[in-house]
Design a protein around this ligand. Structure first.
Ligand SMILES: [Zn+2]
Length: 358
């Protein structure tokens, strides 16, 4: 579904049309494609592990529905892989692309399909970050650093909680960290609106904030790794993706805590997962924003996500350095870190007070 809001400038909002979240729904994928009037042939992208969990099953389900289907195995998410998949779409004359896997598979499928002007269906096998539903893709550039690229929203999302529950718990806990991070992202957005007069969308902001609050409220249910809790996470991730589409940028979902995570990825050889780093960032940025940082910390602990540098597996010195560099990552994105950022002493104090370092 695409619609346009006419104002002084119009902005385009692209949203998914069919979303299925629940137990044992993977085999409905052929029906969903028929309902969406998608034409053959199809191209399925999947990862090394996820092909056995879901990728091959998706191919056979599509073929049962009469879809001629090509299959490509994917490792990583670089611009080179996007170019390879773009060529595959051309060579196979594929009319739509399904990304069946974790973040990397979905990002590459989303961007390559966008470049080729064909629809994209998101079939996540893990709930590790909000890319499963957003219109943006995170791709590694030639320096192996992730960049966020505007692409297209998935036409459909099929998230089977039976499949997601088989993924390592660490991925799900990381997804919780990425959702909780919206608490501080929204705080930064409000601040940028007040101080810099930046466009602020209350609807998108509330959608992202609601997602983070849902995770905090349901942390114990989520930790059980049952369908009920996974559905809460997947719906929250969906809302985050929709919030970004409505805002027309990643603003509602990415603030100072994401800048901290990006800085950490830039300076550290060893990194943790995206959502894990953002979760720890959110603890510290919530302290600066004078918000309830203890609730964030407690929620992350309950779901089993890292809350300290040690649990992240990253040296305390790098945490401090990343805090001092975060404001330089995207200078146009105003946050609680301001234009000058934190001094080394302020960064050390912040990390110590919030228990991230000793
Ligand atoms: Zn994120």
């Amino acid at each position: 579904m695409s619609f346009y809001i006419m104002a002084q400038n119009f902005h385009r909002i692209q949203l998914p049309r069919e979303v299925l979240i629940g137990q044992g729904i993977l085999d409905r994928i052929g029906n969903v494609c028929v309902q969406l009037s998608l034409e053959a042939p199809a191209l399925v992208l999947s990862g090394f592990h996820t092909q056995d969990v879901a990728g091959k099953r998706v191919v056979s389900t599509l073929e049962t529905q009469g879809y001629k289907t090509a299959f490509t195995l994917l490792e990583g998410s670089t611009l080179k892989q996007v170019a390879n998949v773009t060529a595959t779409i051309k060579n196979t004359s594929s009319k739509f692309v399904l990304g069946v896997g974790g973040g990397a598979v979905i990002d590459v499928a989303k961007l390559a399909s966008f470049y080729e002007g064909v629809p994209f269906i998101s079939v996540p096998t893990a709930a590790s970050h909000d890319g499963i539903s957003s219109d943006r893709a995170s791709i590694s550039n030639s320096e192996k650093k992730p960049i966020s690229v505007s692409a297209q929203a998935p036409l459909g999302i099929i998230a089977d909680t039976d499949i997601v529950s088989q993924s390592p718990w660490r991925l799900t806990a990381s997804g919780c960290g990425d959702i909780i991070a919206k608490y501080t992202a929204v705080g930064d957005w409000e601040l940028a609106h007040k101080i810099r007069g930046e466009y602020y969308g209350e609807y998108a902001s509330n959608l992202a904030l609601m997602s983070s609050k849902l995770i905090m409220k349901n942390a114990r249910t989520i930790r059980l790794n049952r369908a009920e809790g996974l559905r809460i996470i997947l719906e929250a991730l969906l809302s985050c993706g929709v919030a970004m589409s409505i805002a027309g940028s990643s603003r509602p979902c990415s603030g100072s805590e994401h800048l901290f995570s990006h800085a950490l990825t830039l300076i550290s050889q060893k990194t943790a997962m995206h959502g894990e780093q953002c979760g720890v960032g959110a603890i510290m940025m919530a302290y600066l924003q004078k918000r309830n940082w203890k609730l964030i910390r407690e929620t992350l602990k309950i779901v089993g996500a890292p809350v300290t540098s040690e649990e992240l597996g990253i040296d305390p010195e790098l945490i401090v350095e990343a805090l001092t560099l975060a404001h330089k990552i995207r200078p146009e994105r105003y946050t609680i870190l301001g234009s000058d950022g934190l001094t080394v002493n302020a960064a050390k104090n912040l990390a110590r007070i919030t228990g991230v370092i000793n």
